[in-house]
Ligand binder design. Structure first.
Ligand SMILES: NC(=O)c1ccc[n+]([C@@H]2O[C@H](COP(=O)([O-])OP(=O)(O)OC[C@H]3O[C@@H](n4cnc5c(N)ncnc54)[C@H](OP(=O)(O)O)[C@@H]3O)[C@@H](O)[C@H]2O)c1
Length: 318
C-alpha cells in the first residue's frame, strides 16, 4: 500500500511516498481502507520534531511511528477476533490520536475505540474534517467555556479548523463572534459569518476597549493576564492549544492564581454525536481546504505549517 513515510525529523521535504506492507489488525483492531485524512498541528510538529518537548510523545531521536496523520474517514475492511463494535463494510471516522498515528496511508489497523460509525449524511471529506477540530471547539466553548445564549465571544486563531467550526457552534447560541487571524483568511472569515474581524498583525485585541464573555484561543500567544484584562466580569478564557510556555502559564494561573483561564485537555471523539446532529440539521458544516491527493501530503503539511490554509486541509487518500 502507499503511505507517507517520515524516516527522520527535519524539513517536510524529508517525507517520502513509499510502498509499505498492509498492516494486519490485532485482536481489538479494525483494518480501515482510508478514504480521507486531514492535516493537523500534530503532523506539522511530528515531521519536524518541534517543539522538542513533543519528542517525548513522538520518539526521542526519530518518529516511533513513521507514518503521520491522526484523523481519518474510511471503510472497515477486516476485523480482529475481539472486535465487537464494527462489521466489515462499515463507514467510520475519528480522531485516532489517543491510539496512534498513521492515517496518511491507504490502510491503517487501529483500536476499535479510536473510531465511530460515519452517518450517511456526512461525506468522507466532511467527516475527516470534523472529529479533531470540532471536538476541540465544542469542548472549549461548551464544556469549559460554559457558552450561553447571546454572549459576546472572541476566537483567537480563528481562520483554521477550530475557529471555523467554533464560529458555527457559537452561532447556534446566537452569539456575537469576533475572529482574530491574518492574511487571505480574513476574507473567508467574513464569508462564513464572523461579526467582527481583527487582523492580529495590525491590531492587538488585548489592548483594545472591547471586552468579551468568552475567549476561545487556538494560538495562545500572550500571557494569561493580557486576556483577563479584556474579559467581562464572570468572563472566561479557554485555550485549546498554542505555545507550550503559554499553555503552562494558563495552567499555573488557573490553579495557583485562581484566574478564570482554562486549558482544554481534549477528550477525543467525545462529542461527535452532538456535533453530527448539528451537521444533520444544517447548522454546522466543516470548512474544507482541498481535497488534495495523497502524493501532495508533504506540500499540504508545509502549506498548513505556513498558515496558508483556510479551515481543514483534507487529503483524499484512496
Ligand atoms: N487541547 C488539546 O488537548 C489539544 C490536542 C491536540 C491539538 N491541540 C491544539 O489545538 C489547536 C488546533 O487549532 P486549529 O486546528 O484550528 O489550528 P490552525 O488550523 O493552525 O489554526 C490556527 C490559526 O491561528 C492563526 N494564528 C497564528 N498566529 C496567530 C496570532 N498571533 N494571533 C491569532 N491567530 C494566529 C494561524 O494563522 P497563521 O498560520 O497564518 O499563523 C491559523 O490560521 C492547535 O494549537 C493544536 O496544537 C490541542
Amino acid at each position: 500500500m502507499k503511505a507517507i513515510y517520515c524516516p527522520k525529523y527535519g524539513p517536510v521535504k524529508n517525507l517520502e511516498i513509499k510502498d509499505v506492507s498492509k498492516p494486519v489488525p490485532k485482536a481489538n483492531e479494525v483494518l480501515i481502507n482510508v478514504k480521507c485524512s486531514a492535516v493537523n498541528d500534530y503532523d506539522w510538529s511530528m515531521v519536524r520534531g518541534k517543539p522538542n518537548l513533543y519528542r517525548l510523545l513522538f520518539g526521542l531521536f526519530k518518529p516511533k511511528r513513521a507514518i503521520p496523520g491522526m484523523e481519518l474517514s474510511g471503510v472497515v475492511e477486516s476485523l480482529g477476533e475481539e472486535v465487537t463494535k464494527f462489521q466489515i463494510g462499515d463507514a467510520v471516522y475519528g480522531d485516532i490520536s489517543n491510539y496512534g498515528f498513521g492515517s496518511f496511508a491507504e490502510y491503517i489497523a487501529i483500536h476499535e475505540n479510536a473510531i465511530v460509525r460515519k452517518p450517511e449524511y456526512l461525506s468522507f471529506e466532511e467527516s475527516a474534517a470534523l472529529s479533531h477540530a470540532a471536538n476541540l471547539a465544542w469542548q472549549g466553548l461548551v464544556d469549559l467555556g460554559k457558552i450561553e445564549d447571546g454572549m459576546n465571544i472572541l476566537i483567537n486563531g480563528a481562520g483554521g479548523g477550530v475557529g471555523s467550526i467554533g464560529l458555527q457552534i457559537a452561532k447556534t447560541y446566537n452569539c456575537q463572534v469576533t475572529g482574530v487571524d491574518t492574511g487571505d483568511k480574513l476574507e473567508v472569515m467574513k464569508e462564513i459569518g464572523f461579526d467582527h474581524i481583527i487582523d492580529y498583525k495590525k491590531e492587538d485585541f488585548t489592548k483594545g476597549n472591547n471586552t468579551y464573555d468568552l475567549i476561545l484561543d487556538a494560538k495562545s500567544t500572550r500571557a494569561p493576564k493580557a486576556y483577563v484584562k479584556v474579559l467581562n466580569p464572570n468572563g472566561r478564557y479557554v485555550t485549546v492549544g498554542g505555545d507550550i510556555g503559554r499553555l503552562l502559564q494558563v495552567v499555573f494561573a488557573q490553579y495557583i492564581l485562581r484566574k478564570p483561564v482554562y486549558m482544554l485537555p481534549l477528550d477525543a471523539n467525545k462529542d461527535l454525536e452532538q456535533i453530527q446532529g448539528l451537521c444533520k440539521s444544517g447548522k454546522i458544516k466543516p470548512l474544507i481546504d482541498g481535497p488534495y491527493p495523497l502524493e501532495k501530503t508533504p506540500w499540504a503539511i508545509q502549506y498548513f505549517g505556513e498558515g496558508k490554509h483556510k479551515g481543514k486541509v483534507i487529503i483524499a487518500v484512496s
